[in-house]
Design a protein around this ligand. Structure first.
Ligand SMILES: CC(C)(COP(=O)(O)OP(=O)(O)OC[C@H]1O[C@@H](n2cnc3c(N)ncnc32)[C@H](O)[C@@H]1OP(=O)(O)O)[C@@H](O)C(=O)NCCC(=O)NCCS
Length: 210
């Protein structure tokens, strides 16, 4: 199996080094566009250079950037520059049934549980101890923070974000680029590019469309 190259040298990258190592993968390095980070260590792994340098390495890539839109921009750029091979990292403690599918580039952290008939799109992050119920659809570039509880038949559209410890009622949709704040209790759909928060979650603000 090819080693792992991590894009992004922030705090989340430290956790992804650990995830990759727990998945029994070698991590050869980190790439980050901030020149001040070059030569420094991320969880013991060297920042080798700028993101454009990925083509030098025979490795599988994960983009360890929590912001969904930034992650998508980086993925798009890599695809314009060559043929990146994206790794899917699923921690050995994660539990999921045979009817759960994951696309390339997903990062699924320790303790997460996905039940049945669930699709997880490209470059999705499911952080620590997330639960996902039956027939839920998680689209590309979604980020779910630790301890979120996602019920059955939920749809998370592209670039949606779910904050730490949030709960989502069954059958509810979170729109494209929309967000549920930490601790939010979501009982109805969130429109595209809108932040909801609170219990019950209500509109907090609108976001620029992308
Ligand atoms: C919802 C969120 C995006 C809002 O951030 P923001 O746009 O910067 O908003 P602000 O911090 O300026 O807060 C605006 C108001 O909303 C309130 N608020 C912020 N987040 C809230 C939340 N999660 N639930 C309830 N109220 C919240 C603030 O107290 C503030 O209220 P006030 O106007 O009465 O003072 C952010 O607070 C949040 O929850 N982010 C997710 C964090 C997370 O889960 N990180 C995961 C790391 S792994």
């Amino acid at each position: 199996m090819k080693p792992i190259l991590i894009i992004g040298g922030g705090g989340f990258a430290k956790e992804i080094v650990w995830l990759a190592q727990d998945c029994d993968r070698d991590v050869i390095g980190v790439l980050d566009d901030n020149p001040e980070t070059h030569g420094s260590l991320v969880q013991g792994i060297e920042v080798l250079g700028a993101v454009d340098e990925w083509t030098k390495y025979d490795a599988e890539i994960v983009i360890a950037i929590g912001n969904p839109r930034v992650r998508a921009i980086v993925a798009e750029k890599l695809e314009q520059q060559g043929k990146p091979l994206f790794a899917t990292l699923i921690h050995p403690s994660v539990r999921y049934s045979k009817t759960v599918t994951f696309e390339a580039g997903c990062m699924v952290c320790a303790g997460t549980i996905l039940t049945t008939d669930i699709s997880v799109g490209k470059h999705v992050i499911l952080n620590l101890n997330v639960t996902v119920g039956h027939e839920t659809c998680i689209s590309d570039f979604v980020t779910v923070a630790p301890m979120a509880a996602i019920s059955g038949n939920v749809k998370l559209e592209c670039y949606a974000e779910v904050g730490t410890g949030a709960s989502i009622r069954q059958g509810v949709d979170i729109g494209r680029g929309a967000m549920l704040g930490m601790g939010g209790v979501l009982t109805k759909n969130i429109p595209n590019f809108t932040i909801f928060a609170g219990n019950p979650a209500k509109k907090l603000k609108e976001l620029p469309e992308v």
